[in-house]
Design a binder for this molecule. Structure first.
Ligand code: AMP
Ligand code: MG
Length: 535
């Protein structure tokens, strides 16, 4: 276990393998023929560490004591770098809300470098909110406490839920104020600045490949792809660092497509809505990345998005995520086309996304329902019918699936008995009458007979369901409560939430209040149900 950051083994391959920006000028500008610009974090006035993830610290090979050191605070608040670090901001582009946006880049993220652990695992450390870079465009390069706390908590919550994600090592406030017009209504307010240290194998996005393709820069495109494959897809690289064939690029692409589909199946399982699935926010590793105006489904509503910037068309609503994933992966296919030179194998590989999704999604849903073995002939209807009924009256998704585990499948059980076991999921129990009641009761009868067939005991079935249906998710209002307290200087609730979300599938009797459905006051409160990109 390393006792200081100096004891870590750095191996900064991104900056070593790829061409950097020859210009040393930290001003917004277009950067050509380069994968990154060297830039140092901006020092902050009075940093304070609010939270850290003990698991990430351990993954990095750092002793638990390290986070108490002054060095840790200084480095992860942007006030110092150690010699082995080579801070940079990456250059990438992207499609935003379906439109090509040109160069975007790390406007407020600065990577510190890559470490390789004793177990030979590679991690890139990246500060978010550590000051301007050549990619900051008209913005300030900073982040506010509310968005940083949300990113910190959600990264770790997703990890513990078993969803592929970037991680978060630390959350610090900077002591500096940041102006934000939270509602874009001409009323900017001073908010506390904050920095999160994110951790992932790399922060390479689809957009890293789209930008050189759009600029007809085949050399940079190839260098990026070769770097990515040789370092991060060793099975495909097979020891090579260059000289990949068209087939290799297609094999790699199909793997990215599969991982992306797998990630989105997980999102649909836990009720996560990313909110800004632009191609610059799609990780080449198939990890959930860039936690901005994301949200968790409360009442099951496939048409919901938390992102007020997307209010009109709801492009990134819950129910559209699978399709948007496919749209995004198609953009990656376009971006790497020059490396393949033939459209057909890429089109063929694109079906990997659809195949994985079509195979895994119904099986994931069946597992949520407690079906031990998915039956292609019958179960799609059962799943479909439930998803039709759920939105008819406000039904909390998380509570519903959790309670379903406790519904009796015995042929003796009455409709009333079964419905009563699910009552907690209803936002307004008075609405569960007429069709809303009859249809659910009928569905529960079908479900009970289907699930009962397996001959599994209700106890065993419940245990299997509770392993895929979380009890604790980062409900939007819970994150907001933690932010409110942290804003006043008390990060205790952030720590408590982090702790509860470590074991999202376990019963935690003394933490029941964190499993409750959204209280009425939170329905319209900003931050609890609606978020903007102004973070
Ligand atoms: P996002 O929607 O957060 O993924 O950001 C889209 C683009 O805007 C990326 O290039 C970000 O780096 C950039 N960006 C977002 N917020 C800021 C900020 N406060 N300062 C500078 N750049 C930003
Ligand atoms: Mg982004």
């Amino acid at each position: 276990m390393a006792l200081t950051l100096e004891d870590l083994t750095f191996d900064n391959r991104f900056t070593e393998d790829l061409p950097g920006d020859p210009m040393d000028l930290n001003r917004p500008r277009q950067v050509h023929h380069a994968a990154y610009s060297r830039v140092a974090p901006t020092p902050t006035s009075s940093p304070r560490l609010l939270a850290h993830s003990a698991e990430v610290l351990a993954d990095l090979g750092l002793s638990p004591k390290v986070f108490e050191t002054d060095e840790f605070l200084r480095v992860f608040s942007g006030n110092a770098t150690i010699d082995a670090m080579e801070p940079y901001a990456a250059c990438y582009g992207g499609h935003q809300f379906g439109n090509w946006a040109g160069q975007l880049g790390d406007g407020r993220a600065i990577a510190l470098g890559e470490i390789v652990t004793d177990a030979d695992v590679r991690h890139t450390l990246q500060l978010k909110g550590a000051g301007p870079t050549p990619y900051s465009r008209t913005a300030d390069g900073l982040a506010v406490l509310r968005s940083s706390a949300r990113e910190f908590l959600c990264s770790e919550a997703m990890f513990h839920l078993g969803v592929p994600t970037t991680r978060a090592l630390s959350l610090a406030t900077t002591g500096d104020h940041v102006m934000r017009d939270m509602f874009y209504d001409g009323n900017p307010e001073r908010e506390q600045g904050a920095v999160v240290c994110r951790v992932a194998p790399s922060f390479i996005r689809f957009g890293n490949f789209e930008l050189p393709m759009s600029r007809d820069d085949g050399d940079l495109l190839r260098a990026l792809a070769d770097h990515t494959i040789s370092l991060h897809f060793p099975n495909i690289a097979d020891g090579r660092t260059t000289g990949f064939t068209a087939d290799d690029y297609v094999t790699w692409f199909a793997e990215v497509a599969r991982r992306t589909a797998d990630m989105i199946v997980h999102w649909q399982r836990v009720g996560f809505v990313h909110g800004v699935m632009n191609t610059d926010n799609m990780s080449i590793h198939g990890l959930t990345i860039d936690y901005g105006p994301y949200g968790w489904l409360e009442d099951y509503d496939p048409g919901w998005t938390p992102n007020t910037t997307d209010r009109q068309f709801k492009r990134y609503r819950f129910g559209a995520q699978p399709h948007i994933g496919q749209w995004n992966i198609t953009q990656l296919a376009n971006a790497i086309y020059p490396l393949v030179g033939d459209i057909e194998p890429l089109q063929e590989a694109l079906t990997a996304y659809v195949d994985v999704f079509n195979h895994d999604w119904p099986r994931m849903m069946a597992a949520k329902l407690g079906i031990a073995e998915f039956d292609e002939a019958r179960d799609p209807d059962l799943i479909h019918d439930l998803l039709e009924h759920l939105p008819t009256i406000e039904t909390d998704m998380t509570v519903f699936f959790r309670c379903l585990a406790d519904v009796s499948t015995s042929t003796d059980a009455s409709d009333d008995e079964r419905l009563a076991a699910l009552a907690d999921a209803d936002y307004d129990p008075g609405q569960r009458t007429g069709d809303a009641r009859e249809l659910l009761a009928a569905w529960l009868r079908d479900w009970a007979s289907r699930v009962g067939e397996a001959g599994r005991s209700d106890v065993d079935r419940a245990a299997a369901m509770n392993a895929v249906n979380p009890k604790f998710v980062l409900r939007n209002y819970l994150a907001q409560l933690a932010i409110d307290e942290a804003d006043k200087g008390d990060p205790a609730l952030i720590g408590e939430l982090l702790d509860v979300l470590r074991r999202p599938y376990d019963e935690q009797p003394d933490k029941e209040r964190f499993a409750e459905k959204r209280p009425e006051w939170a329905r319209v409160r900003p931050g609890c149900s609606m978020l903007s990109c102004s973070s």
